[in-house]
Design a protein around this ligand. Sequence first.
Ligand SMILES: NC(=O)c1ccc[n+]([C@@H]2O[C@H](COP(=O)([O-])OP(=O)(O)OC[C@H]3O[C@@H](n4cnc5c(N)ncnc54)[C@H](O)[C@@H]3O)[C@@H](O)[C@H]2O)c1
Length: 437
Amino acid sequence: MKIGVIGTGYVGLVTGACFADLGHTVVCVDNNKEKIAALRSGKIPFYEPGLEGLVTANSRQGRLLFSTSIAECVKTCEVIFIAVGTPPLPSGDADLSAIEHVCVEIATHMRSYRLIVEKSTVPVNTGEWVARTLQKHVRKGVQYDVASNPEFLREGSAIQDAEHPDRIILGVSSDRAAMLLVKLYEPLNAPLLITDIRSAELIKHTANAFLALKISFINAVARVCELTGADVTKVAKGIGMDRRIGEAFLSAGIGYGGSCFPKDVSAYVKLCEKVGYDFNLLKEVMRINTAQRTAFFDKVKKALGTLSGKKIAVLGLAFKPDTDDMRGAVSLEIISLLRKERARIFAYDPVAGENAAPLLPHVTICPDALSALRGADAALIITEWKEFRNLDLPAVKQVMKRPIIIDGRNIYDPAKMAEMGFQYWGVGRPRSESARR
Ligand SMILES: NC(=O)c1ccc[n+]([C@@H]2O[C@H](COP(=O)([O-])OP(=O)(O)OC[C@H]3O[C@@H](n4cnc5c(N)ncnc54)[C@H](O)[C@@H]3O)[C@@H](O)[C@H]2O)c1
């Protein structure tokens, strides 16, 4: 099949490369000329394990093409995926302007049947609005369908997630659209759920809202643990062993960030307000998430007293491990709080340093963890990169001015840390005896 993917970001490029790898011919379009020029010369615009090899191999085979022209894509591709960004507006609603722009262009250039598929995350009922937008600009007599095929990949394991999805959701309003999408995904041999468009749209928002809810739930439990002396990692393990609950997304920490959960939860709340339901539960999810940042910052102050002039090592800047994506990264919020108290910040991230530097002009970005830790009054673990789990802790202790570690991701064992002479603060875990002394 010939497929168009508009928007070559984290979702569009991975989707395009994976479809090409299945044997389809894919035209990936973006209005960012530098991005397309870079992709044509084999450069991947962001860090995603395994993506470079997939893009290079399929480009060489002539199955993966890059273009800045929606017209060219619409001319040759029967199925067109829209994977542009839907960032939050200041109101919390999703900004659908890029989708609108793309729809107008697609409609203007359609000359025969096309299937337009929403891959971007959008509020329920966007499909109807997309169809109306297309209708306003399409030539008389040209047929088309709109479908929703939400994406569930996670940055950092995007290829694995796209090639081996838990499920594929197809929201359609015609048999023709259903048949095209089923054929397209057939080689993946993954569980398929065919629904109406509205339900498909709501599945995506609801899945992200539920995952955010799990995170905030365990973070609230972590606060109870801190007040009672229980250990949240044990509580999470104990409840996660119940198959009705499941162990995933029960890691207490400094809360979720990134370009998806915060915006999708707030867009969901906004959508509910519009249709007449006050989804207070989700508002509480957001409130707990914000409170985790403050609670973490309070620990830093408690451990160090005044922060002015203190040297703080920040380990991890990306919003999660295995990505260089700084959108919605918790590190930005924590560093902003530290800066307000005039702390001196030395940060290290295995891959996000380059993306972070322009966002953090007053932070020294270090080439490795030990450089950031040298002479530090405290180290903060912000992103749970594997590299930090495997740090040479005796060397860490030796280079730090004071052996204080405030771990926002619970990556170390408190007892072992105390044994090694660290003053160690986790999330929702009792501080060990020697640390209290
Ligand atoms: N990043 C994720 O992990 C993830 C996972 C699932 C779903 N999503 C959803 O997928 C969508 C895309 O997310 P992303 O992270 O890939 O975003 P992104 O910002 O990385 O990529 C979007 C791309 O669209 C391009 N673009 C914007 N306007 C355009 C236009 N008019 N014409 C052509 N190209 C245009 C941008 O230049 C950019 O390259 C969002 O709705 C997001 O919520 C993201």
